[in-house]
Design a protein around this ligand. Structure first.
Ligand SMILES: Cc1cc2nc3c(=O)[nH]c(=O)nc-3n(C[C@H](O)[C@H](O)[C@H](O)COP(=O)(O)OP(=O)(O)OC[C@H]3O[C@@H](n4cnc5c(N)ncnc54)[C@H](O)[C@@H]3O)c2cc1C
Length: 288
């Protein structure tokens, strides 16, 4: 078991890992390539580079730096977070990593898909968290919007509770192995419809699927999705943290773009440093 798991390998996550690993805490980074920095061709406003530097160079250097000071790294996608004495981070490859401290640092997240009706039915049939809301849909027909490992994880959480699960890929090819009990619907979606509550999904061809609930699980799980699973406070698309970057769940920290504010590398690196040093302090306070 690690002392600290860092989810995300951008500037915020790597920065947190540098501080915890250098302080001697067993640190494991669970990260998937990509994120905001990977999209950045030319950075001119980050300290210490006389010439523009690419996001990819910063990512590669950051990861090499974290490994050099002793942090472990697994290239994997976190799909679940739970707590039972310590935190468990489950991944797309079905591995489970456990630690008493977790830093969520998966970057900014835009979860609401541009499909008519999604925002309108939020809380009235549209959900973003299977483990939080499955109970409300017991023995009902639900759909999961998404095509990858995160959609599969959400659908597997729903399956034992609900009457049926349909995977809505909205035109994409499925990118995970969905079991035969889940019906896969690849047609493009036109809208979500209903009255006081959601009643179903209408496809581009005019036909409809009745559904009492639609769970949004597009792309990969972001920090906000993971935080919600264990009841951490969120505010729209960001996680609420204190000055030490701890959430309202003891031991769970968040850093970088996922906490909102200035969406820049310098702020993410600072957040990571604050989260890392706060964990080191908490770790030593906790030790007998
Ligand atoms: C086009 C563009 C240009 C920019 N230009 C600048 C600039 O010039 N200067 C500047 O300061 N800032 C710039 N930014 C902003 C900057 O890139 C971000 O503020 C910064 O990268 C945020 O760092 P982060 O660590 O919070 O998130 P990210 O850099 O997004 O890193 C998050 C990491 O977590 C990984 N991840 C996501 N989900 C999971 C999961 N479920 N499991 C495991 N890993 C996961 C991602 O793949 C990624 O590796 C730019 C952003 C964009 C999009």
């Amino acid at each position: 078991m690690a002392d600290v798991i860092v989810v995300g390998c951008g500037p915020a996550g790597i920065s947190a890992a540098l501080y915890t690993a250098r302080a001697g805490l067993g640190t494991l980074i669970v990260g998937k390539p990509g994120g905001a920095l990977a999209k950045t061709e030319k950075i001119e406003n980050y300290y210490g580079f006389a010439e523009p530097v690419s996001g990819r160079t910063l990512i590669e250097n950051g990861l090499a730096q974290a490994k050099r000071v002793g942090a472990g790294f697994v290239e994997d996608e976190a799909v679940g977070l739970s707590w039972d004495e310590v935190f468990s981070v489950s991944t797309a490859s079905a591995a489970v990593y456990r630690a008493p401290y977790v830093v969520l640092a998966t970057g900014a997240q835009c979860r609401t898909p541009p499909i008519k009706g999604v925002s309108e039915f939020e809380g009235r049939g549209v959900s973003y968290c299977a483990v939080c809301d499955a109970f409300f849909y017991r023995k009902k027909n639900v759909a999961v919007l998404g095509a990858g490992s995160y959609a599969l994880h959400e659908a597997e959480t729903l399956l034992p509770v609900v009457a049926s699960v349909t995977i809505l890929t909205d035109g994409a090819e499925p990118a995970a192995e969905f079991p035969p009990e889940m019906k896969i619907e690849k047609r493009k979606i036109r809208e979500l419809f209903g009255g006081k509550a959601l009643e179903g999904v209408r496809f581009e061809d005019g036909t409809a699927l009745k559904a009492d609930g639609v769970f949004i699980a597009i792309g990969v799980a972001g920090s906000v999705d993971l935080a919600r699973k264990i009841g951490a406070e969120t505010n729209g698309s960001s996680i609420t943290v204190g000055a030490d970057r701890q959430t309202n769940v003891p031991g769970l920290y968040a850093a970088g773009d996922c906490t909102g504010g200035l969406l820049q590398i310098s702020k993410s690196v600072c957040d990571g440093a604050v989260a890392g040093t706060s964990i080191v302090k908490a770790f030593h306070r906790r030790k007998p």
